[in-house]
Design a protein around this ligand. Structure first.
Ligand code: ATP
Ligand code: MG
Length: 370
C-alpha cells in the first residue's frame, strides 16, 4: 500500500492552515458545495509531476489574501516526509522537499505516483483530439514523469518553427536544427505514449468484467504507430525529421506545423458495443472513463519499478447507482494505493464499510469523523 498518513497545508486555496492525520485507509471527503473537497484533491495532486488536477498555475493556488506562497506537505506510510511549496521570491518555481532536504520532482516521482479523474474529463470522448491527447498525456506522465519535459521541449521547438514559417522564407540550416529538436522530443513522446497505451491495454484485460466496461485503445499518429510497431528511437526520429522537412513548403503556406505528435489522437472503442466511445451514451461514457482510470492505476500497480498509485476520484460516486458504487469500492481494494474520493453526502460512501476513513470538509477546514 502506498498511502498518505498525514496531509498538511498552508495558504493553499481556501485552507489557511490544515493538518489532517490519516490512518492509511482510503479517504472519503464529504461536505457542501464549495467547502474545499476538490481543493484537497488538487493539493494531493501537487505531489506528482505537472500542474495537478486543475492545471492551475502555482500562484493561482495560493489562498487569496495570503502573505505569499503555499505549502502542501504529506507523510507517507513508510514515514517519509514529502512536500512541495511555492515560496515567495522564488518566481513561479515549485520547491520539492523530501525528509527535510531539497529534492527534485523526479526524486518525488520515485516515492509517489498519482492518477485522477475529475468531472472536467467527462467530455473527453466527445471533444476534440486535443482533449483526448491531454487525457492520454496525463496518464503517460504518471507512468513516465519525464514525459512532461519532452512535451515542453517539443512545444518550444514547434513555436520556433512556426515563427520561422510565418516569416515565409525559411533558412534550411536553421529549420533543420529546429526540426531536429522537434523530432528528438517528438520521438520520445511517441515512444512514451505507445508504451503506456500498451500497459493500459494489458491492465484493461486484467480488470474484472462488469460495471465499468472495457475499452479497446489505439493511437492515431505516424510516430506513435511506428512506436507501437516496435521501431526504435533512431528510426522514429529520422521519420519525424523527414516529415518536417518534406512538409515545410506546405506548412509555410499554412503558417503552422500541420503534422506531428502534437496532433495525435487516442482512439477509444467501447468494447461491449464495438462502437467508438464518442457514440456511447453519457452513462456508458462515464463508466468507460472510470474503467480507463482504474486501468491506468492498475498499470502503475503492475509496474513494480515504482510505488503503487494514489487515485483521486472527484465526484465519481454521486453519479453511480448503489450497485456500481459498491463495485467501484470493491475494485479499489485491489489498487494497492490509497484512493481519495469526494461527494456532498456521507452516505455515498456507506458501501466502503471500514475500508475507508470519512473526512468532513467544511469551509476550508477538514476533520476525520471515523
Ligand atoms: N486561491 C483561492 N483562495 C481562496 N479561496 C479559494 C481559492 N481558490 C478557490 N477558492 C475557494 O475554494 C472553494 C471551492 O473549493 P472546492 O472547489 O474544493 O469545493 P468543493 O468542496 O469541491 O465543492 P463542490 O462540491 O461544489 O465541487 C470556493 O469557495 C472558492 O472560492
Ligand atoms: Mg468539487
Amino acid at each position: 500500500m502506498t498511502a498518505l498518513t498525514r496531509l498538511s497545508l498552508t495558504d493553499f486555496r481556501n485552507y489557511a492552515s490544515l493538518a489532517l492525520p490519516l490512518d492509511g485507509r482510503h479517504v472519503c471527503l464529504f461536505g457542501a458545495n464549495g467547502a474545499g473537497k476538490t481543493n484537497l484533491l488538487e493539493a494531493v495532486s501537487q505531489l506528482g509531476p505537472g500542474r495537478g488536477l486543475r492545471s492551475a498555475t502555482l500562484p493561482e493556488m495560493m489562498r487569496k489574501d495570503a502573505p505569499g506562497g503555499w505549502t502542501v506537505a504529506a507523510t507517507l506510510d513508510n514515514d517519509q516526509k514529502i512536500g512541495v511549496a511555492l515560496e515567495t521570491g522564488s518566481g513561479a518555481k515549485r520547491n520539492v522537499r523530501i525528509d527535510g532536504a531539497s529534492a527534485t520532482a523526479s526524486d518525488l516521482a520515485d516515492l509517489i505516483r498519482i492518477v485522477w479523474l475529475t468531472p472536467s474529463m467527462d467530455g473527453v470522448f466527445r471533444g476534440g483530439a486535443s482533449d483526448r491527447r491531454r487525457f492520454l498525456d496525463r496518464q503517460v506522465m504518471a507512468h513516465v514523469p519525464s514525459h512532461g519535459r519532452a512535451a515542453s521541449r517539443y512545444e518550444q521547438a514547434m513555436r520556433e518553427r512556426n515563427a520561422l514559417l510565418e516569416r515565409g522564407h525559411v533558412d534550411p540550416a536553421w529549420a533543420d536544427a529546429i526540426e531536429a529538436r522537434m523530432a528528438e522530443a517528438g520521438a520520445e513522446m511517441a515512444i512514451n505514449r505507445a508504451h503506456v497505451l500498451e500497459a493500459l491495454q494489458v491492465a484493461i484485460e486484467l480488470r474484472p468484467d462488469g460495471h465499468f466496461p472495457k475499452a479497446d485503445l489505439a493511437l492515431e499518429g505516424e510516430a506513435e504507430q511506428a512506436a507501437l510497431q516496435g521501431d526504435d528511437f533512431k528510426s522514429i526520429f529520422e521519420t519525424l525529421a523527414e516529415t518536417f522537412r518534406t512538409t515545410r513548403r506546405r506548412d509555410i503556406a499554412a503558417g503552422r506545423t500541420i503534422d506531428g505528435p502534437h496532433r495525435s489522437d487516442l482512439v477509444v472503442i467501447h468494447r461491449p458495443t464495438g462502437a467508438p466511445a464518442r457514440d456511447a451514451s453519457t452513462g456508458q461514457q462515464k463508466a468507460l472513463l472510470i474503467g480507463l482510470i482504474l486501468a491506468s492505476a492498475g498499470a502503475l500497480r503492475a509496474d513494480g519499478d515504482g510505488p503503487a498509485p494514489l487515485l483521486l476520484l472527484d465526484e465519481a460516486a454521486a453519479h453511480l447507482d448503489p450497485d456500481r458504487r459498491a463495485a467501484l469500492y470493491e475494485e479499489l481494494g485491489a489498487l494497492g494505493g490509497q484512493a481519495w474520493l469526494t461527494g456532498t453526502e456521507r452516505f455515498l460512501f456507506e458501501a466502503f464499510g471500514d475500508r475507508a476513513q470519512r473526512v468532513r470538509v467544511d469551509d476550508g477546514a477538514a476533520r476525520v469523523e471515523d
